[in-house]
Design a protein around this ligand. Structure first.
Ligand code: GDP
Ligand code: GDP
Length: 460
């Protein structure tokens, strides 16, 4: 019998199968109580529920992957992003709209079919109408045909298309999905890699962590190979640098440099930085989370890192501003970081100072080594030997009378690595056993810095 106690004591999630590229970001806007979060759950559907069952996975109910027809997109509840939207006195949706217009590819504006439109909504509708973004107007809470008819009153507001839906009962959701599919860009926004050897790096982190300082530090010392490479999003600028014999493609440095002067915790700029990070992450193989060592790790850091792990990207955590801290405080900061980000026990925590340049070489070496793991193919012979070893020492435990049988393992993909195990009854393989196999793979093949994905498929 397999003993649970032998599993390394961490709660590392095991990401699922690889994902298709994202067609874009879809933002939900609307005043509080119009039903945005209900609609969010409805559109995201079953996936979130399943995913939430996995222990130890940091997930956020404000961003999630969803599909509309043949297109995959990320749905963002901007109401949920705005900390002040909890304030009942605050009926304005100006910030959400601003955020959505700036960063999203499609805006879904949620109105309440059963309540009069507020003056604030009026103003925002005007803003949306004048924007260049595709906007889908939704009259929610149209729970029955009578309410559906009433919802058409909202037409008087002057939008040319209005969809009546009931997020609660699932009415009209198919039509909404069709509209979203049609409004999303034709092609995924992530283009194929242009430079096969350049390591694609997304530098993320909260405002003031020191991202622009670090980018400047890396450039300042190195010859810039290409300046202002046009990126895939309208104004993203990727920059290629060569350092220590490796090429690094820093994704969307424009997003890092362009910022407002106010860096208030929980301010819209904070939310904008999350959306930018999501965009950059979609194209990255290594995500570097930069944190201010003098500040505690924020929930936001964990959330964004969770999204990166979901995407299967490699991860390096960099603790910046080490010049401000003595050795002991720095050690403490590292410990705290590991504690708060315990769902990535396999990620390196790297102290740096963008200001003095200390630790920057080491950080770049780490990024390069994570990229190597990300692209690695484990030789079949080694994988087979590993598998025999696992079966000999820890075969899957009995579950409901019969032990599932494992037949063989292959590495189905690289970048990021995905292993597939053929088994007699995949559904009977316990989560803790799956984690054991993933952890053994990581240990045996030194897959540090990258989420190890293992999929179990039925073979009868
Ligand atoms: P948010 O503040 O915009 O995120 O709104 P919520 O999703 O939290 O919904 C606010 C309230 O409206 C909740 O009580 C929901 O159950 C309710 N609600 C949401 N969608 C519908 C709907 O389609 N029909 C009805 N009758 N109630 C709904
Ligand atoms: P960003 O918002 O993440 O791009 O952060 P910035 O690069 O603008 O840095 C925010 C502030 O932190 C600025 O005042 C920087 O000078 C300062 N800063 C950045 N890195 C370091 C560092 O390594 N040490 C110290 N002491 N200050 C730093």
């Amino acid at each position: 019998e397999f003993i649970d106690a032998e599993i390394p004591d961490d709660d590392a999630p095991i990401p699922e199968a690889p994902r298709e590229p994202l067609h874009g970001l879809v933002a939900l806007v609307g005043r509080p109580n119009t039903g945005k979060s209900t609609l969010f759950n409805r559109l995201v559907g079953r996936r979130v529920a399943i995913v939430h069952d996995e222990p130890g996975v940091t997930r956020d109910r404000h961003y999630a992957d969803a599909t509309a027809g043949t297109k995959r997109y990320m749905l963002v509840d901007t109401g949920g992003l705005d900390p002040e939207s909890d304030d009942p006195m605050r009926q304005g949706i100006a910030r959400q709209v601003e955020l959505a217009i700036g960063e999203a590819d499609v805006v879904v504006c949620v109105l309440d079919a059963r309540a009069p439109v507020t003056p604030a909504e009026h103003a925002e509708l005007g803003l949306l109408r004048r924007s260049q973004k595709p906007v889908i107007y939704v009259a929610n809470k149209a729970d029955n045909p009578r309410l559906e008819t009433e919802a058409t009153d909202l037409y008087r507001l002057g939008m040319d298309k209005l969809l009546s839906v009931s997020a609660l009962h699932g009415r009209g959701i198919g039509d909404l999905e069709d509209a979203i599919e049609a409004a999303l860009p034709r092609e995924p926004r992530i283009e194929p890699r242009e430079d096969e050897d350049a390591i694609r790096v997304a530098l993320i982190g909260r405002p003031n962590a020191g991202k622009s300082s670090l980018v400047n530090r890396i450039f300042g010392e190195e010859r810039m190979l290409v300046d202002g490479r046009p990126g895939t999003t309208r104004d993203a600028i990727d920059i290629l640098v060569e350092r220590r014999g490796r090429k690094f493609l820093l994704i969307d440095t424009a997003g890092i440099r362009r910022k407002s002067k106010v860096h208030k915790e929980g301010s819209p700029i904070e939310a904008v930085s999350v959306l930018k990070a999501i965009r950059a992450m979609e194209r990255a193989e290594v995500v570097v989370l930069l944190c201010d060592a003098a500040e505690p790790i924020a929930e936001q850091d964990a959330k964004v890192l969770g999204l990166a792990v979901d995407r299967g990207t490699g991860v390096v955590i960099a603790l910046n501003k080490m010049d401000l801290l003595d050795r002991k405080t720095m050690d403490k900061a590292e410990e705290d970081t590991r504690d708060k980000l315990s769902f990535v026990p396999w990620a390196e925590v790297s102290p740096v100072s963008a200001k003095t340049g200390r630790g920057v070489d080491r950080l770049l070496d780490q990024i390069a080594s994570v990229s190597d793991v990300y692209r690695r193919r484990v030789p079949t012979g080694e994988l087979n030997r590993f598998f025999e070893q696992v079966l000999a020492t820890h075969p899957p435990p009995t579950h409901g009378g019969r032990a599932p049988r494992l037949f063989y393992i292959t590495q189905a993909e690289t970048s990021p690595p995905l292993f597939v195990v053929l088994a007699s009854d995949p559904e009977k393989i316990h989560f803790s056993y799956r984690r054991y196999v993933a952890n053994q793979l990581r240990k045996t093949f030194k897959l540090d810095g990258v989420p190890v994905r293992v999929k179990y498929k039925a073979r009868r």
